[in-house]
Write a protein that binds this ligand. Sequence first.
Ligand SMILES: O=C(O)CCC(=O)C(=O)O
Length: 299
Amino acid sequence: MATPEKQKPASHAFRVSNDAGRLEYRRARAAQLAPELEVRARMVLAIAGEAAVVIGREQGYYLCPDGALEGVDAVVAQANEVLDSADIAARKEKANKPFMVKLTDMKGLTIDSAIIRFALRRDIVAAAARYLGVVPILQFANVFYSSRDREELAKSQLYHCDSDEVEQVKVFILCEEVTSDGGPLTFVAANASQIVRDRLDYRYKFRLTDDQVRGVLGTDLEEVALTGPAGTAAFLDTSRCLHFGSRFSDVTTRRVVVMIQYITPTAFILPDDFRSGATFRHLATADHDDLSRMVLGAS
Ligand SMILES: O=C(O)CCC(=O)C(=O)O
């Protein structure tokens, strides 16, 4: 039996539009959510100085070599436990992207899990908040297993900018060594990505070939690949920076990363009452401080 098509939310047309259309939506949402955004912006002033890293607006990313980011070892250890107990074949079978599968059910992550503790850490949240101008919501945290699926590149294996928010911060932590032929996340700085989007009248459902990106930037194209030993990490605005990953020429190679996503209450993927769409809201208790409650979407 054919599955009925999912009803798209009213924001969908803006979500997959071009930069101008998306900004128009964001302005309207920001006006609607003004009191909430104000509180979240005020909190940024209080915590900005504690940021683990400072993500430049022009770059839209920050790279942390192994050892630079304190506490990632606990995240890597949890990811390895998840990996040991995961049924990769079963997950691939059900996955929308068999070349990059989620290894755990996010709802099963507890407040004491190393991944969630890291994602709520003041200095990590501050890094994302300082860049975004508001304390964001933790919307996604998972372990991803990437491997070769088929020869033809598809979906996120091709250059794209994420449509779910106008700007966002994802933190990627390598859980095993990744080399240049091991499917690294590869990206272009935000200012160069903007040039490509403007020139190609980019819509946020497009996937671009390497030739299209090179065709615009020519010899100015600088691709950054997230390679290195376990513990290497990157903060990346995947909405403003063109990126791709999980391209493998070798069937025996795999890539294991933890990905943590922070978005703002204005994101296209959140409903009007953004709290009800916040993935980890159920983890918030009255014992959490204001910052953690905001990040969990409970404020
Ligand atoms: O690392 C990858 O394979 C792609 C990741 C990606 O496109 C994303 O997280 O937005």
